[in-house]
Design a protein around this ligand. Sequence first.
Ligand SMILES: *Cc1c(COP(=O)(O)O)cnc(C)c1O
Length: 402
Amino acid sequence: MRLIVFRKFPVIITAMLQRKQIYLDYAATTPVDSRVVQAMLPYFSEAFGNPSSYHRYGQDAEAALENARETVAQYMHCLPTEVIFTSCGTESDNLALRGSAISAQKERGAKHILISPVEHHAVSRTAQQLSNNYGFDLEYLPVDGFGRTTVEDVAAQIRQDTAIVSVIYANNEIGTINPISEIGELCRSKGVFFHTDAVQAAGYLSLDVNSLHTDLISIGAHKFYGPKGIGALYIHKGLSILPAQTGGGQEFGFRAGTQNIPYIVGLAEALRIAQSEKLTRISTIKPLRDHLIGTILEEITDTQLTGHPDERLPNHASFVIKGVDGNALLMMLDVEGFACSSGSACKTGSPEPSDVLTNLGISPDWALGSLRVTLGNYTTSSEIETFLAALPKIISKLRKLR
Ligand SMILES: *Cc1c(COP(=O)(O)O)cnc(C)c1O
């Protein structure tokens, strides 16, 4: 019995390798743009210096570091000294929340934290930790059926002792874009720190801090065709936050540790490309995405779009499909050659609907059948047609299994 399986194995693997896999999970991560790889390469070997060193090697590394910082600052319309590099989007979120909450607690006795209920775990679990271990009173803002938080919602719950408000710019699971600029203006008028997680937004939306009125903005390079393991945090000038790492005082004292120059160069080049080629990319991706949403809603019964129909990321489509197990759907799609997601890390074993979806008021029987399809720079119209031809058959097969 076992032997037969093993003998068949190479055949199955060969068949899998021959069929082209179609990647439709760009919100999870993106491949690194070849121009980004080229920009990074010299900094592994030729220009390997430590930017803190006095000599030429150090000076060359420091020049690359400061160049990268200026590039990021240019696209955020801020001062280079307001940009610090971190190890990822998660670290930026952690530093923004923990650093500013603890500092506001010490400096003005603040003890209240206000976040949206559909934040990425990098924000929500940090806020929960601050509440469980550092005495903060954590409250959640309301959201509408699309996952949006309004400025009126924030106005109703913000307090004098609020340390920080955090609202996600564009949601990873449902694609919805929040009115960050209005919320930012309100928080600034109240003297309360405002953070936004722009990790998904950075590839498609404006990061102009002058119109966003935001004190802290997190980004991570691997969501916009840069490498994994590198992020940045915008920190509004003069804002006091407790450093996450103490040591050699790098990154203006906010984040000690010798900087990862090749990855920092990669992040800056990826951001430059993403922001300067944004409009052309959107004009090809969005019609494909709209066609995908329209066809799925029309051809598959008992299917709903999750998130906002218009105020959403242009590459992002997400659905709930009644009578289908989301994990089984992802598995079957994978077997058929499609890489999609349910929108949140799926728990094998005991399937539980995602918090984000249940917070939108979607009932568990619908929420268990969630599907996220995110397009990107390398998505073609023929890939979308192949996907649209396969999906209805897969879903009806799964529905029959129930
Ligand atoms: C991916 C993601 C993160 C985490 O970023 P990493 O660089 O993977 O740590 C945080 N927030 C959002 C919205 C994300 O999509």
